[in-house]
Design a binder for this molecule. Structure first.
Ligand code: ADP
Ligand code: MG
Length: 392
């Protein structure tokens, strides 16, 4: 990565504001998945080892620009303290004299500021709020890949006001995505699934520019199958995108690989009757909810040849066991492939985790939306604002 790194900063005795992505699921006051907290630890530990005074800031959930008890950072603070093994001083504010005081008194551990979205200036990137955020600090580090596609006060405004650098997680995310997009070892196989074609048209387009094969499953395959003229029953289809689907198939030729069979049911429910049918024979009134076993074999053969894999979007409704086998088959093939594998997308990552295959992937992105925007070739504002290496 060509951005200035936290390694390039002189940190001893400096007050450092770190934007982390602690937007984690919380239930009954407990963090139910602490992945994002764990992934931020290397940067936090490094800053502490270098003798910096560290305050962390993140958003959590979708409060509406004012304090909302459901989205306080306290559960995150408790989990962070356990994982870090150092005291975490949680403040109920993100700006103002309390922050200055806490920094002056900080002897061990870190400060965790309150949810940035309790302030209306966060999402508006309000200059006065960004000034207030920056005021107590000497330096700014962005380690929040999952928020880098947003031009907010904690991702962009503060970076314009303090000497800024990328944290280790942000660097790792960008290095893996760059590796896949710019310089993939071939064959490069991209796997796309999930709910909507419309969400991911830009991603398909961009991947077709670089991938040797694009395997398409999930609900989005039915828009393609319908565009080819097949009956798709009551499967999810975006009729407005049939033309686009046809154009993409023409452009891609045999690089775009569609399912040959699917698992169908009359309803998307646990316990319903299911059948496996060839894609040419989806019955009226039935919907496709997973790729079928012959498709798993077909996708698997492409995946096992790959040297580089990018995967976004489950192959079926994996939340229901009867429709999870396609996603499982693909996940196992990716795990076995020995290829450099990058998995992005909230649900895809959840599926991989549910199967216990996280450690078998080269890189699991912490940012669903951000990774897709990056793959589309869009600039991420939180990254663009960081100075390059060697820049003043
Ligand atoms: P990600 O979060 O990995 O980017 P998406 O959010 O695009 O993935 O899509 C995930 C959702 O797509 C899941 O909730 C899954 O149930 C749904 N899905 C996958 N295949 C189908 C299908 N054939 N019909 C309906 N929904 C599907
Ligand atoms: Mg999703």
């Amino acid at each position: 990565m060509d951005k200035r790194s936290v390694r390039d900063l002189e940190l001893h005795g400096k007050k450092v504001l770190v934007r982390v992505d602690f937007n984690v699921p919380v239930k009954d006051g407990e963090v139910t998945d602490d992945t994002r907290i764990r992934r931020a630890l290397p940067t936090i530990r490094y800053l502490l080892e270098q003798g910096a005074k560290v305050a962390l800031i993140s958003h959590l959930g979708r409060p509406k620009g004012e304090p909302d008890p459901r989205y306080r950072m306290d559960p995150v603070a408790r989990r962070l303290e356990e994982l870090l093994g150092e005291p975490v001083k949680k403040l109920d504010v993100a700006v103002g004299p309390e922050v200055e005081r806490a920094l002056a008194e900080l002897e061990r551990g870190v400060i965790l500021l309150e949810n940035s979205r309790f302030y209306p200036g966060e999402t508006r990137n309000d200059p006065a709020f960004a000034d207030a955020l920056a005021a107590p600090f000497d330096l700014y580090v962005n380690d929040a890949f999952g928020a880098a596609h947003r031009a907010h006060a904690t991702t962009v405004g503060v970076a314009e006001r303090l000497p800024a650098a990328a944290g280790f997680l942000l660097e790792e995310e960008l290095d893996y995505l760059d590796g896949v997009l710019r310089n993939p070892e071939r064959p490069f196989v991209a796997i796309l699934g999930g709910a909507k074609v419309s969400d991911k048209l830009g991603v398909i387009e961009s991947l077709l520019g670089v991938a040797d094969r694009l395997l398409v499953g999930g609900a989005m395959c039915f828009t393609f199958l319908k565009a080819k003229g097949y009956g798709v029953g009551t499967s999810l289809v975006e009729d407005d995108y049939l033309g686009e689907a046809r154009r993409l198939m023409e452009e891609a030729g045999d690089r775009l690989v569609l399912p040959v069979d699917v698992v169908v049911a009359e309803r998307m429910e646990e316990g319903v009757e299911t059948k496996v049918v060839p894609v040419e024979e989806i019955p009226e009134g039935w919907m496709g909810l997973d790729i079928g076993p012959r498709t798993v074999e077909l996708f698997r053969s492409h995946i096992l040849e790959a040297r580089t894999i990018f995967w976004n979007g489950p192959m079926g409704v994996f939340e229901i066991d009867a429709f999870a086998r396609g996603t499982e088959g693909v996940a196992r093939a990716v795990a076995e492939s020995g290829a450099t594998s990058v998995v992005g997308g909230g649900d895809s990552v959840a599926a991989v985790r549910k199967l216990g295959l996280e450690d078998r992937m080269s890189h699991i992105s912490t940012g669903g939306g951000a990774s897709l925007e990056y793959v589309e070739g869009r600039e991420l504002p939180g990254v663009a604002v960081l100075p390059g290496k060697g820049e003043g």
